[in-house]
Design a binder for this molecule. Structure first.
Ligand SMILES: [Zn+2]
Length: 266
């Protein structure tokens, strides 16, 4: 499941590959055909990410809004594209490479006002320089919802997903069942700073690694193995890396939550 760093990596790569070029735009699947016809041959200026949302800014104030959702995926490669197969929603072809989009939750042509409205509904994005953590705090500080749910709420932290919510709460020593109203401002700022640290690392490497070397079974491995990458995520029944307690799981906010009942007691 893509988290925010995935969208930012796509935005960077697609800006590098396609920015400033006139693109052939098509929708072999047929569900984006009218918009593709209007965009075909237009210049793409740049691609921006905000949380998990992507905005392809074409000349003439035309924007394609993409949200990958759970199943969406871009395939990006050098050279000319192969004959289209599968449910290919949008194909972008530039001078030297192409990008194919399949299975997104959203792929729509919108205006700058509509893009601004999408962004206005999102909270601060830790991967953006313009992010203001107090916007997330304003929502969290008066909420009766539990932290495990709030850390998935895109109005609190844009770009957070199921791995980050579990791992950041563990690293902060905060119970996922504590309500937002019971969290103080310094604790929130610590959580926010950790989101930024972990998401920037994931943006650089393409992987979500949250463990400190000293807490890994193989602290010296040059490439961190996947079973050493997390503290609690998908470690149900295994001993906590720091205290040895059994890692627990439950469903919270419709997603599997993982936590250590000792390290995250309150
Ligand atoms: Zn523990």
């Amino acid at each position: 499941v893509p988290e925010g760093h995935t969208a930012h990596r796509i935005a960077r790569e697609h800006t590098r590959r396609f920015g400033g070029s006139n693109l052939a735009v098509s929708s072999p699947q047929g569900r984006f055909t009218d918009a593709a016809l209007r965009l075909d041959g237009a210049r793409l200026d740049r691609v921006e990410a905000y949380g998990k949302h992507l905005f392809y800014r074409f000349s003439g104030d035309r924007i394609v809004h993409v949200h990958l959702g759970i199943f969406g995926k871009f395939t990006t490669a050098d050279g000319a594209p192969p004959p289209p197969i599968g449910e290919l929603r949008m194909r972008l072809v530039g001078p030297t490479s192409y990008a194919d989009l399949r299975g997104p939750t959203a792929c729509e042509l919108i205006t700058p006002d509509e893009a601004a409205a999408v962004i206005a509904r999102l909270g601060p994005d830790p991967l953006r320089k313009d992010a203001d953590p107090d916007r997330g705090w304003a929502r969290l500080a008066k909420s009766r919802l539990e932290m495990g749910a709030l850390m998935l709420d895109q109005r609190v932290v844009a770009g957070s997903g199921n791995i980050f919510r579990a791992e950041v709460l563990y690293r902060a020593g905060v119970s996922p069942f504590r309500v937002g109203r019971a969290v103080d401002h310094p604790t929130w700022l610590g959580i926010w700073t950790d989101f930024r640290l972990l998401m920037r690392a994931a943006f650089r490497s393409g992987r979500i690694i949250t463990t400190e070397a000293a807490d890994r079974e193989r602290p010296k491995a040059r490439t961190v193995p996947i079973d050493d990458a997390h503290y609690v995520y998908r470690r149900t029944g295994m001993p906590c890396r720091r205290c040895g307690s059994e890692i627990k799981t439950t469903v919270q906010a419709a997603r599997n939550l993982f936590w250590c009942p000792t390290c995250q007691a309150v």
